[in-house]
Ligand binder design. Structure first.
Ligand SMILES: [Mg+2]
Length: 177
């Protein structure tokens, strides 16, 4: 962990971190159109359900209040995921989400490369420059954590969907709520 209080960018994984598919699987298995069941839950054309983490809206609000930039880094089908984010009215919260599908089933998605791509987009399109030490990367898969941590990025290994997303604040020096 780096010095407390310097996090300026938080990136969230999606499957088993920001949301979960009921009955296993990942968001790329969704078949549009999606229908809203609740604000935090949708069902696809084949009755598969995708549910946001109970803290998802709250943590996004809390990070917005702190003026922390957010993005999503996920191994998934981009179109299906963006549609789901839009469905939850969350798409606008994530700057240049990096959604890469190809290696999902092999578990070899290079999230360090996706993070670097995100950083160059933030620099070119928004003029925002982030040091690795100013970033918090949140993901449930240890191989992703290991690869990104090797860059010098702060990482929260989200070991269970039941964990609190508010654990991100442990990296800010004060745990909230
Ligand atoms: Mg995941």
């Amino acid at each position: 962990m780096t010095e407390k209080g310097v996090i300026r960018l938080v990136t969230f994984d999606l499957d088993e971190t920001l949301w979960t598919m009921h009955g296993k699987g990942h968001a790329s298995l969704l078949v549009p159109p999606y229908t809203k069941l609740r604000d935090d839950e949708l069902v696809d054309a084949e009755k598969k359900r995708l549910t946001l983490h109970k803290d998802a809206f709250k943590i996004i609000d809390a990070l917005n209040k702190k003026k922390i930039l957010m993005s999503a880094i996920s191994a998934n089908d981009k179109d299906k995921v963006l549609l789901a984010l839009e469905h939850f009215d969350l798409k606008k919260q994530f700057h240049f989400p990096q959604i890469d599908w190809e290696d999902k089933d092999r578990g070899t998605c290079n999230k360090a490369a996706l993070l670097n791509k995100l950083l160059s987009l933030l620099k070119v399109k928004m003029g925002k420059d982030f040091k690795y030490s100013e970033i918090l990367f949140v993901d449930d898969r240890i191989s992703n954590i290991d690869r990104v941590r090797a860059l010098g990025v702060n990482c929260l290994h989200f070991t269970s969907f039941n964990n609190s997303l508010f654990d991100v604040f442990k990296f800010f020096g004060s745990k909230e709520e």
